[in-house]
Design a protein around this ligand. Sequence first.
Ligand code: GLC
Length: 555
Amino acid sequence: MTGTHRQVDGVSLKRIDTHRWWRDAVIYQVYVRSFLDSTGDGIGDLAGVRAGLPYLKKLGVDGIWLSPFYPSPQHDHGYDVADYCGVDPVFGDLDEFDRLMATARRLGIRVLLDIVPNHCSSEHPWFREALASPPGSPARARFHFADGRGPDGSEPPNNWHAMFGGPAWSRVTEADGRPGQWYLHMFTPEQPDWSWRNPEIPAEFERILRFWLDRGVDGFRIDVAAGLYKHPELPDSDDPEADARTRDSVNPLAWNQPEVHDVWRHWRAICEEYTARDGHDRLLVGEVSVPSAREHAKYVRPDELHQAFFFDLLSAPWEADAFRKVISEAMEDIAGTGSTVTWVLNNHDQVRTVTRYGEPTPQGSGLGAARARAAALLMLALPGAAYIYQGEELGLPEVVDLPDDVLTDPIFRRTGSRARIRDGCRVPLPWSGQASPFGFTSGAESAKPWLPQPEYFAMYTTDRALDDTRSFWHLYRDGLQLRSALPQLGEGTLHWLESEPGVLAFDRGDGLVCAVNFTTADIPAPVPGAPLLASGPCPAGVLPGSTAAWWLTDH
Ligand code: GLC
């Protein structure tokens, strides 16, 4: 096992273990099309990501996760992959990817790719071949094709709903021009589901994993990791309405089938093979939405995924009891699995914390911002790994007033314009200046970001954030520095301390205490003396409302 020592501002030393680096890593999620545009077409790209790496180095993250940049018709912004081993020209090319990897390597930033194994794009050559091939052909056996029900086959093969609205089946037109078979898509019709019971599919994904591992990537974020296998008979669901009620509810016939664990064992073995060569761990982190903590824990058994996002923190309301329950369950869930909890407060599918925790005003609310800062400090004090979604470090609010005609999320389209869920957190980042494009595109002043940036983004530019020591950015940066300096803030455990109602306090060992005041009233601080770091003004002896703080005590 290899390791190095580093010193941050003279606080203390911590051993950085390259073999188990992921266990308490902080990974920054780059939503490529909204990060930084180097070509002036209004869409972020890989050269933009490379240009932004020094900024992320300064912030202090351990790695980045890149949202899908593969060739894709972009019906679901790249989660509809037409070629798993390429780069869409909108984002660059493989040479640009290699340059990005080289810069990341030089800066010591690890790189995770987003891999999408549950479904591909309807433009994938294998799906096009399936459409051009007859029913029962080997080309169709790579997907779920089935005859329809009813005398003329005009009813879908079963009653499943798609996650993004509407039925989970679409009917194709056969070569003779007649309506023909149906194919399964758990998301949009442009995202046909692979048939993982066909051995060609696991073999193809092994090839894809090795392609990118050979190019030097440090691991993968796995999209819809509880998906892949369906019940072999594709029977009707007892309660299809329930399956479709929320994005997180799961159809037990289409998700979380026992066979999926064999896939993760195999992928883990592939990663271990690479680790055996150079002693450097590759990371598999799964997007796992399953009904219980116990099911979740199965995905991170020692020979399966290294980590799986623990989304319950993200969905918890801003209440001390709710947060405490989620954190305690996560710690229990993970015990004995060999993994560490993977905390997340924001991502590209969810309303941003500043807005979620406050009043949904167009410019965010002061209360929402104070709570989001406190939540960040809480997350960074928890044992395990943390994921930061781009813009979170700027305190960006959700853009809640995008006009209907600019919305691109397929969920909006497929729910009859009822669900405005995901565009508002994907608005391109503001970097500098007073007006859109706020330095996001390097093109002409007139260049238009793919989603319009509101005027008030002028208050959130990275330039401004770096200059203002009270900004979100400085809070995240200081938190990350202390995390890498203080061994107490690595993996391990936490002990709850007694606290007043509405307050959480815990000890991370060796005198490191974190407390969060979920109420809006000041309370006496649980620890005397000035805090090491606080999410807002925090005089000694007081923990103000909607504030979190860390203290280092003499214990
Ligand atoms: C995951 C992604 C989401 C995508 C969906 C389908 O939930 O996070 O953005 O739309 O999978 O691939």
